[in-house]
Design a protein around this ligand. Structure first.
Ligand SMILES: Cc1ncc(COP(=O)(O)O)c(C=O)c1O
Length: 340
């Protein structure tokens, strides 16, 4: 069954699958002390403009909770969007590991802005209140939107003005970079991001996320939290080798461009249908659309996808690196046949 359910539903890019055989030769020291990992870390540092520390993790949830844990104390709070993955889809992992409070802000498009956060900025120095320490955003967002460089700079300026940090959940950083047509360095380091994860799993890797800190002086303890959180993979070379292929020839970008192009194509085709409506700008690999309720279960017999909002019948259709035009065509053809 073709899936538009999640970019997680795709398999592994063949070039990445292939590298497991290459990495599988002989012995290698564990826990990241091997040559493949050391080289991949160096390459990741270069990709993000140098002067940063990089750690490899196994999951996106792990990357978020370990990164955040390294910079907050239990009396802190982390500001995030209402739909943020850390807020709604990580089973409270960030709260559990950081012991900090999450303060979520209602957004219309998944994006935080200084104006939306400003009203929360009370109680600084008040011992009765959690102290705001981090603004955490997702790039691209859970709503398929991407922050522009200007928006990122405004957020980091705002955070720094209040002695806070800007953390970016980059499970889909590649999709945002492809959409914005900028380098990873330009969209992170150059606009004042303090910490970011660079996801691999949703974009063609089997597993692996890289956490990058542009404030190494603040994240010295991250290695200990990574171990405690069971994110220190002993056979690290298998995550690292995947990253090497992911970075070589910009595979991460090629994959993200394909996923984004398919999402744009799907949105265009949906817009041609009178009874379907795309409800969020397509700025990554996600399409949010309203389709008539009576077609949903019929379509779900043939395609995997999720209803995002039952009341308005907004569905979320995700494309990935291996989505093909013909899958979109087939989906639209079936939808049309149920409609007319
Ligand atoms: C924005 C975002 N961040 C983090 C994650 C977590 O990734 P994982 O499922 O690998 O823990 C996801 C997964 O869906 C995600 O969409």
């Amino acid at each position: 069954m073709i899936s538009f359910g999640s970019d997680n539903h795709s398999g592994v890019h063949p070039d990445i699958l292939e590298v497991f055989h290459l990495a599988n030769k002989g012995y290698a020291v564990g826990y990241g002390e091997d040559r493949i990992t050391i080289d991949a870390i160096g390459q990741l540092q270069d990709l993000f403009g140098g002067a940063c520390d990089v750690w490899l993790m196994m999951t996106g949830t792990g990357a978020n909770m370990v990164a955040l844990q390294s910079v907050v104390a239990s009396f802190h709070s982390i500001i995030c969007a209402d739909y943020a993955h850390i807020n709604v889809d990580e089973c409270g992992a960030v709260q559990k590991f950081t012991q900090a409070r999450l303060e979520s802000v209602k957004t219309t498009d998944g994006k935080l802005t200084p104006n939306l956060i400003e009203p929360l900025m009370t109680g600084r120095g008040d011992e009765h209140r959690s102290q705001k320490k981090v603004v955490s955003i997702s790039q691209s967002t859970e709503y398929g939107t991407a922050y522009s460089l200007k928006e990122l700079q405004e957020l980091s300026d705002f955070a720094h003005q209040y002695d806070m940090l800007l953390h970016v959940d980059g499970a889909r950083l590649a999709n945002a970079a492809a959409y914005l047509d900028v380098t990873l360095e330009q969209m992170t380091k150059d606009v004042g991001v303090d910490m970011v994860s660079f996801g691999g799993t949703k974009n063609g890797m089997m597993f692996g996320e890289a956490v990058i800190s542009f404030r190494p002086e603040l994240t010295k303890n991250l290695i200990y939290y990574r171990k405690q959180a069971a994110q220190l993979f002993s056979k690290m070379r298998y995550i690292a080798a995947q990253y090497t292929v992911y970075m070589n020839n910009d595979l991460w970008l090629t994959n993200a461009r394909q996923a984004n192009a398919m999402a744009r194509y799907l949105a265009e085709r949906l817009s041609d249908l009178e009874r379907a409506k795309v409800v969020s700008p397509v700025q990554s690999n996600a399409v949010f659309a309203i389709i008539p309720a009576e077609t949903v279960s019929k379509l779900q017999d043939r395609y995997h996808f999720y209803v995002w909002d039952e009341t308005s019948m907004v569905v979320r259709l995700m494309c990935s690196f291996d989505t093909q035009e013909e899958y979109v065509d087939r989906f639209i053809k079936d939808l049309s046949s149920f409609l007319y």
